[in-house]
Design a protein around this ligand. Structure first.
Ligand SMILES: Cc1cc2nc3c(=O)[nH]c(=O)nc-3n(C[C@H](O)[C@H](O)[C@H](O)COP(=O)(O)O)c2cc1C
Length: 407
């Protein structure tokens, strides 16, 4: 399954004792968890405990070279190119700062970045939630109240502290919610942010095979990667996804309805059976468009070829054209794989097949097209042409979904 990536920032408050329980909640829910602590936080909960529970190294300091041997025993890891602060802010789906001290909150709203956690917060691209926890009097302090308001104005999500008994022995507002509640609120917020929530998406992927006899077929080198990336991206953005794939060596998250087909006709039937109620249809499959006119039910014997073997071909059904012409309430994107006159051919295909937009790629481009992890494409709709430079297929998948949503 494509796991949700949760980054937790732990700061130096008493409520840090609840974080091991929170980490367990996320791990039980099959999330991937990474943790950054402030130097003050390690006085309240050990990095070792959090590292064991999260199954990941815990990051604390920028400058590992200055560490003593004792620090290493605390599982303080070296910051190198792999653990550079921006990486985690790009990696995470959501970043939860819990507990969030007055000190860290006040530094964030003033742009201070003098530890690894602050630097990661200020450079992160994912949504960030703060769960402030402090003594009642600190909470009521006008400066802290102002700073918490500023957090929200700046676009951060704040989970207000609850009222109850506080570690200081006082009663008042300042308690961090219990781990099960914090877990629930984080997941709910993550779901809210998904822009394909409630949408139904159909994706086709991979090649199809057309058989000459039971053991011989014609096909193409499509690996299915592009379609699987589109399906996984749509699923991670909250969509209910059906993925119809020809023969490939890939797996998909179990929540994706993966339907395996072999021939073009099987793909056509499967598409037709699953088209109703879809909001977005993305046809990435490299459908075999010719089939032997007379395929043999029994294996052809080598001797019968007599050194020369001729096959007559006919066209298979054009799935993309068929559904484009019978389009209902969905947006439809197709792919054009062209070696020559790409733009011209793609435009013709866009019009003829009644697509909302088409993704043009060229198998002769280096690191693009069949079997690669990257692609270089053009998005063409009736008004615009957009050049997308070389990117990972996952990045292109997200751009395709962005484009469909905008349309
Ligand atoms: C026993 C103890 C408990 C503390 N609890 C809190 C707390 O709940 N909330 C808070 O904002 N600060 C608390 N502090 C103060 C922070 O630890 C202190 O401001 C520290 O500089 C925070 O650093 P950090 O934000 O980089 O983690 C506590 C300090 C001590 C000694």
């Amino acid at each position: 399954m494509a796991k949700r990536k949760i980054l937790i920032g732990v700061t130096g408050g008493i409520a840090a004792y609840k974080i091991p329980f929170l980490v367990r909640e996320f791990i039980k829910a099959d999330c991937e968890v990474k943790i950054i602590m402030t130097p003050a936080a390690i006085n309240f909960v050990t990095p070792y405990t959090l590292s064991v529970l999260s199954k990941n190294e815990v990051l604390i300091d920028f400058f590992p070279d200055a560490k003593s041997e004792n620090d290493d025993k605390n599982n303080i890891v070296e910051v190198n190119s792999k653990t550079w602060h921006v990486n985690l802010g790009l990696w995470a789906d959501i970043f939860l700062i819990a507990p969030a001290t007055c000190n860290t909150i006040s530094k964030v709203v003033n742009g201070i970045s003098d530890n690894l956690l602050l630097t990661t917060i200020l450079s992160a691209r994912c949504p960030i939630i703060f769960s402030p926890a402090m003594d009642d009097d600190m909470f009521k302090n006008i400066v802290i109240q102002e700073n918490m308001k500023k957090l929200e104005t700046l676009g951060y999500k704040v989970i207000p502290p609850e009222e109850g008994e506080l570690a200081s022995g006082l009663y008042g507002q300042g308690r961090m919610p219990e781990p099960d509640k914090l877990f629930k609120l984080t997941i709910e917020y993550l779901n809210e942010l998904k822009d394909l929530n409630g949408k139904k998406v159909l994706v086709t992927a991979g090649p199809t095979r057309e058989f000459i006899d039971p053991v011989r077929f014609i096909s193409n080198p499509s690996s299915g990667k592009m379609g699987f990336e589109v399906a996984i991206a749509a699923f991670e953005r909250g969509a209910d996804v059906t993925l119809i794939s020809g023969p490939v060596n890939l797996s998909a998250p179990k929540e994706i309805n993966l339907l395996k087909v072999i021939t073009t006709n099987e793909m056509f039937e499967s598409v037709m059976n699953n088209l109703d109620d879809k909001d977005y249809v993305i046809m990435t499959a490299a459908v075999e468009d010719i089939t032997p006119a007379n395929s043999s039910k029994s294996k052809l014997k080598k001797e019968s070829f007599k050194n020369k073997f001729t096959i007559d071909f006919e066209n298979t059904i054009d799935i993309l054209e068929y559904i484009g012409k019978n389009k209902k309430n969905f947006k439809l994107a197709g792919f054009a794989l062209e070696t020559d006159n790409g733009e011209e051919n793609a435009r013709k295909k866009l019009e003829k097949k009644n697509l909302d937009f088409i993704v043009l790629n060229n198998p002769n481009d280096k690191d693009a097209g069949f079997g690669t992890d990257t692609n270089k494409v053009k998005f063409i709709d009736k008004d615009n042409i957009e050049n997308i430079p070389m990117k990972s297929k996952r990045e292109i998948a997200d751009l395709i979904l962005d484009k469909l949503i905008k349309l």
